[in-house]
Design a protein around this ligand. Sequence first.
Ligand code: PLP
Ligand code: ZN
Length: 381
Amino acid sequence: MLDQLECARCGREHDASVLQNRCECGGTLLARYTDPGVPIQDVLARPSGLWRYRELLPLTGDPISLGEPQTPLLFASRLSERWGVETFIKDESTLPGGTFKARGASVGITRAVELGAKSVVLPSAGNAGGAWAIYAARAGIELTVTMARTAPVANQREVEVTGATLELVEGTIADAGARAKEIAASTGAFLASTFNEPYRVEGKKSAWLETFAQLGDGSSMRLPATIVTPVGGGVAAVAAAKAVDEVTSFGWATGSAPRLVGVQAENCAPIVRAFERGDETAEALTTRPDTIAAGLRVPAPSEGDIVLDRVRASKGTMLAVGEDEIRAAIKDLATTEGLFACPEGAATIPAAARLAAAGDLEGPVVLYNTGSGTKYLDLLG
Ligand SMILES: *Cc1c(COP(=O)(O)O)cnc(C)c1O
Ligand SMILES: [Zn+2]
């Protein structure tokens, strides 16, 4: 059961029963739950999908849902053979809108509507805007999305077709973020930027709750040894660490916490650079974040410090991969496993390959394919 919100920076508690953005200190707010004492067998006896894990979700009423399925955890036999390590792919391309952003949007919008929001604004690198647009339409609330003009065409169209307002800006998601803030201030819309509201991380967490259940035997959860995830704003990575902590503290899973491996694109790797330097915070990039992995075009991640903390605490690492490696990995995954992955998800392949070559990849490994490659046709040509 949702208990309260806790500031990740100063630890101050905040009321979870009203709409919240950040703490007064500027820190992001994270949801804290009380252990309901429900055994994992009971949870896993419910229908599959993200709403199965309601004890670790913030909702009080019915979800705003588009029928989110439990996504497949695919055993990757050829990658396993190649690396000599049992390897799985958590494939999020079957979610509404074709990416894992559906998880954050369904939970984020449901909670915002429950707490009275009528109008929402958010900046997006692309897929979050698309996902929030379909769920806002489902909820019947007003939405404005700000995006860089260079965001994938698919994302621009899905915002427009739902009747949401799309505002394109010159520059990067940082500029889109500044514009979204202005719109929130002038219209009173709820500002749902990454880490600026507490619940999209809760939705994204469900991917890992599903994964741990899928690795288990049907009545228990099992933690993988390694999780390899792309890192843009870092919500997916923080959500993975949070899922591990919570299932462990509820007694839903036992065993050691997985190593968290975060992957960024060479051309936009502020958190990797901070990791390599041993820094506690990520410095904003001043160069253009040119990568086909549009979801990783986040040159100034607001909570780089939390990502760095979670990766280091897991004894994991942060790796940057090149554009040629990403393109080759899309082709590789498609030909060897039949999966048309998004560039962000494909980026996990060269990263895992590097670790395997160094004898530093422990199985079972879960690679996170955050979405479908079909949303990137304009960038892949
Ligand atoms: C947003 C996005 C990412 C990055 O996720 P974060 O949670 O922002 O780190 C990765 N892949 C895809 C397809 C995305 O849309
Ligand atoms: Zn604080």
